[in-house]
Write a new protein. Structure first.
Length: 345
């Protein structure tokens, strides 16, 4: 019995990442740790999407005594944007604490590294406990303040995501160049050229559609400015990537990275355009929900239309998941981004 308990306890601690070792390839302890943290992020992301689904609120209202007239606030707390804010606040608080806790940890010999790589059962319990506590925060000032933190955090995440995409593009470009130099296979060059043209074509089509649907009306000055500025930056970065001076310091850089970044910038531009609250400048306005948090009156005003799983939501979630997955599996000690900076230096 004691042996069985010790085995179960081991799975809850530092061996949790090896539960699927028979069906998955072996990996380093640090990689498995990142995968488990990524799985936690993925789980919270899925739960957040579920909370935004209007059918969940409708289903909860059918449960007796849960969402009655006297207890209607319960359903309002566990569904909608307020629930997403509380979930993200809890996870941010957990990771913020661990980032402070892991300062100056440089090797696995440090006892804090063992806590970082193990004790998953207790970590999950802690996350759930923080989330439960967050749902007891009924103050609408919390939603207003956390929305501001959310906007700042979103900007930081976009920068991190852009860094990961640059790293991925550099690794991709380097792998194909080395593969062609070693084998001389023309299919690699064809794939390289095709991928570059494909990403530039997607970016070009996106820019044209933006001008047609989001920036054609005279009142759409903001849309025109956003599209034009990002178009100019994409052209400038593409030209810079093929300059002789850049090629001298970074021989593995080129148009493939620029095309991928251009496509990503076009996607970010689209994400900004669909949030413009002017009907003639945003043909997708009737497909999204608008949440207005007014802290001065201690209430939340929500203007809601039919929330649906649109293309923006799907692509955003896909890009986020791919970024998290790449951040989990890449080798942080010798990734191409570090080599890129060393080459520049």
């Amino acid at each position: 019995m004691g042996c069985l308990i010790s085995c179960v306890a081991c799975c809850f601690c530092d061996a949790a990442a090896s539960l699927c070792c028979k069906c998955l390839p072996s990996c380093r302890n640090s990689t498995s740790t990142r995968l488990l943290y990524g799985l936690i992020l993925f789980t919270v992301l899925i739960v957040s999407c579920i909370c935004l689904n209007p059918s969940i609120a409708t289903f909860l209202k059918k449960i007796p005594y849960l969402c009655s007239t006297e207890q209607s606030n319960i359903c309002n707390l566990i569904t909608g944007y307020g629930a997403v804010y509380r979930l993200c606040f809890s996870l941010s608080l957990f990771f913020c604490f661990f980032s402070i806790f892991m300062i100056q940890v440089k090797s696995s010999a440090d006892f804090r590294a063992a806590i970082h790589n193990g004790f998953w059962f207790f970590k999950i319990i802690a996350i759930i406990g923080i989330m439960v506590g967050a749902f007891f925060i009924h103050s609408y000032e919390f939603l207003y303040v956390w929305r501001i933190f959310g906007m700042i955090g979103s900007l930081c995440f976009i920068i991190v995501q852009l860094t990961l995409i640059v790293d991925l593009a550099y690794s991709w470009n380097q792998a194909w160049i080395e593969g062609f130099e070693e084998s001389g296979n023309r299919a690699i060059i064809c794939g390289f050229i095709f991928s570059t043209i494909l990403f530039y074509a997607l970016a070009f089509i996106g820019i044209v559609l933006f001008y047609v649907y989001f920036a054609s009306a005279p009142a759409c000055r903001l849309g025109k400015m956003l599209v034009s500025i990002n178009l100019i930056f994409c052209v400038i970065f593409s030209i810079i990537s093929i300059l002789p001076k850049i090629q001298e310091h970074l021989p593995n850089s080129g148009l493939l990275q620029s095309s991928i970044i251009s496509a990503y910038v076009v996607f970010l531009t689209w994400s900004a355009l669909v949030d413009i609250p002017i009907a003639e400048c945003n043909p997708t306005l009737n497909l999204i929900n608008v949440t207005i948090i007014d802290s001065s009156k201690n209430k939340v005003t929500v203007e809601t239309s039919n929330l649906s799983f649109n293309w923006q939501t799907g692509i955003s979630i896909t890009v986020t998941l791919l970024s998290i997955a790449f951040a989990c599996i890449r080798n942080s000690s010798s990734n191409s981004l570090s080599r890129l900076t060393m080459d520049v230096g």
